[in-house]
Design a protein around this ligand. Sequence first.
Ligand SMILES: Cc1ncc(COP(=O)(O)O)c(C=O)c1O
Length: 344
Amino acid sequence: MRSTLADELSRYPREPLTRTPTPLHQLVHAGARLGMDLHLKRDDLTDLALGGDKPRKLEYEVARARATGATVLVTCGSAQSNHARLTTAAARRVGLKATVVLSNDERRTFQGNLLAVYLMGADVRFADVDDHWEIEGHAERVCDELRSAGETPYYIPVSGSTPLSCLGYVRAGLELAEQLAASGLTPAAVYTPFGTGGIFAGTLTALRELDIDCPVVGISVNGDAEQCQANLDNWWTAISALLDRDPDRPRGATEIHDEFVGRAYGDATEACLDAILLMGETEGILLDPVYSGKVFAALCAHRHEGRWPADQTVVMLHSGGAPALFAYEAELRAHLTKRGIDLP
Ligand SMILES: Cc1ncc(COP(=O)(O)O)c(C=O)c1O
C-alpha cells in the first residue's frame, strides 16, 4: 500500500515553533459585501513574533540547523522582510543567534519588521542591491565572515523557501483539507500569495493528494507568470522527491496571476490599499501591502468579474505580513485621505 503524506512527512525532523491548526474563519461580513462565501485560513496567527507563514517553513529548517550544530541562523531579504523577523524569532526561541542581511531599499525605516529584528537582537547588515531577491551573494559572504570568526552559520534562503521548508506548507495543506472536511465545505478555489512559490507548491501538493481538485490560484507579488510557473515546476519536482511521489502525476487546475504586482515588488497599488480597507472595515482583520493585500485585491477583482458567486466557497490563505503596514504610513495616509477619511 502507498504511504500517506503524513507518513512521509513524519520522516523529517521538525522543531515545533507554532501551535497548529491555525483557524479557518468564515468572513461573514466581507463575504456579504462581495456576495460570496469566503473563508480565511489564518496563518497570520501563527505563534512566533507577530505571526505569518514562516514558522511553518522554519520548523524544518531549524531542525536541520540544530542537527548540524549551527550557532547562528543567517538569512536575507528586503528592509521590511517578514522572513528576517521570523528567522530571528525562531533563532532566539531555540537559543541561537541570528544575522540578517537586508537590502538598503526605500522601506528602510525604523518601523515594523526592521524595528522587530533589532528588538530581538539580530546582527543586522545592509547591502546595496537593485533587487532584494538578488541579495544572496551578500549573505554568502557574511556566512564566510562568520565562519572565520568561529561561528557555525546555517543559511536559509530568501523567503525561507527550500524543498525541505515547503514541507511546512504540505502540512498546512493537509490541515486545511481536514478543516474543510470537518466543516462540510468543498472549495471552488483556494487563493495563496506567490513570492518564491513555496507556499503555493506545498499547499497544492497536499490538496491534490486528498483529491481536492479545485483551482489553486497564486497571486504573484513579484515575478511574471512565466517565472512563477518555472518556480512552481521546480518546487513540485523537489517536493515530490522528498515525499516519494511521481513528479509527473497530474497537478490539476492552477492559475498564476501577475497583473496585481503593480510597478514592482512592494508597490502598494490602489486596488491593494482598497482591499486592505475593505478587510479592515468589514472583519477587523489587518492585511499587508505586499502579500495578503494583493491576494485579496485579486480575489475582489475576480469576484467583480463575476467569478465565485455566492453558492461557491472560496478560501484565501492569509500568510501574515501586517507588521510591514507601519512602513507604509505615507501611502496609507494618502489613501485614507483620498477615500474621504479625516485623519489627525
Ligand atoms: C507574509 C508573506 N506571505 C507570503 C510570502 C511568499 O511566500 P512564498 O515565497 O512561499 O511564495 C512571504 C515571503 O516572504 C511573506 O512574507
